[in-house]
Design a protein around this ligand. Structure first.
Ligand SMILES: [Zn+2]
Ligand SMILES: [Zn+2]
Length: 373
């Protein structure tokens, strides 16, 4: 009863008061996003900056809210130019405004897969700090530009680079915005995706740099994506964690164009053409998508793959019902099939994902029938 009343009260006192009463980490995920760096180019309407400034019209009010929230307030912001988190936090007696820039695309994938690969994940975090510091091109290194780990919305760590400036003397958000634009950190943004052209596979040098720092850093020989075989939903199966491909390789480095779904390979010699089913395999329907699946597909030993069609081993792709901050910390973007009447390591994860609505069923029923033959 008391809880209901408290909940009702919290609802009424929404916005600033409710935000301030939660802890800093929760606040970070529930706040509207701060504007992106070049919002003036894209127009204010396209950015949630208005929401934020409605809630905190002045820097002073945001600092007061951060104070109430326990010394910090932060906002994740996804934008074409990068993935950022802006925060206000107290540094001894002074308030500082920090901009953090996170790896994205292939570099994010390399960070996450090496962390998943690690036997000692605490040690891996230290190694990741060092490797991300070393990754910054020498011409862009500046005092005050450092690597940081900030609260994640999942068990996967959120690590990146940050730079901050004092809030003292900043009256308006525009003051802060103009000061932010001069941060050398912003010059690092194009490198946050990789050292080469945007969204190209990472070069060997980047993997070598990770190796020098004691990290596993494994690339698929078929597509160049960083892969791990320690993803909690796909134990023992090489998966990528960035573009919803999961265990499926496009073999783009080896001619590509595989219609049937084949797995990642660490060695190009292992990249055999897709295997064929004999039709005599044992098959059962998947609990979640009703496609008939078999564990005996030659390309997918130990994995429940479609018993026909394109032999897809992926059952579902996570939906985008969460905000960008939550999406950033996810690595479980694809789920395997779960055979009816049997169990698999991903069963509990899928059940939890369904509960939190992080479950999107991409197949239309009309396709299920033909693919499941
Ligand atoms: Zn691959
Ligand atoms: Zn399924």
């Amino acid at each position: 009863m008391q809880q209901t009343r408290a909940a009702k009260h919290a609802k009424q006192a929404k916005q600033r008061k409710a935000a301030a009463s939660r802890n800093a980490a929760t606040v970070a995920t529930n706040l509207p996003m701060l504007t992106a760096m070049d919002d003036t180019l894209f127009g204010l309407l396209a950015e949630p900056w208005g929401d934020f400034t409605d809630t905190y019209p002045t820097v002073e009010e945001a600092v007061a809210a951060a104070e109430e929230a326990g010394g910090g307030l932060s906002c994740f912001s996804f934008h074409d130019s990068g993935e950022y988190e802006r925060s206000l936090h107290r540094d001894t007696d002074d308030w500082r405004y920090e901009v953090a820039l996170y790896p994205r695309g292939p570099l994010r994938e390399l960070v996450k897969t090496t962390w998943l690969d690690a036997d000692d994940r605490d040690q891996a975090m230290e190694q990741l700090h060092r490797v991300l510091a070393a990754y910054v091109p020498e011409s862009l290194r500046r005092p005050g530009l450092e690597t940081v780990q900030r609260p994640s919305t999942t068990s996967v760590p959120r690590i990146g680079w940050a730079q901050s400036l004092p809030v003292a003397g900043m009256q308006t958000w525009e003051d802060l915005h103009l000061a932010e634009k001069k941060l050398p950190l912003l010059d690092l943004a194009p490198f946050a995706v990789g050292p080469g052209r945007a969204y190209e596979p990472l070069p060997e040098e980047t993997f070598a740099l990770f190796h020098e720092h004691g990290l596993s850093a494994r690339a698929c020989a078929g597509c160049g994506a960083p892969v791990t075989d320690r993803h909690p939903h796909w134990p023992g199966v090489l998966v990528s964690v960035e573009y919803e491909g999961g265990p499926v390789c496009d073999r783009s480095r080896l001619g590509g164009g595989a219609v049937r779904r084949v797995g990642h390979v660490l060695d190009a010699d292992q990249a055999r053409p897709a295997g064929q089913l004999t039709g005599k395999e044992q098959k059962v329907p998947c609990q979640n998508c009703d496609v008939h699946v078999t564990e005996q597909h030659p390309d997918w030993p130990g994995v429940w793959a479609e018993a026909g069609g394109y032999s897809r081993p992926v059952c579902a792709v996570v939906g985008s019902v969460g905000d960008d901050a939550k999406a950033y910390d996810l690595v479980d973007c694809v789920y395997p099939h779960i055979p009816a009447g049997a169990d698999s390591p991903a069963a509990a994860a899928i059940a939890a994902a369904k509960k939190s609505r992080y479950f999107f069923q991409p197949r239309l029923p009309i396709f299920q029938a033909s693919w499941g033959r």
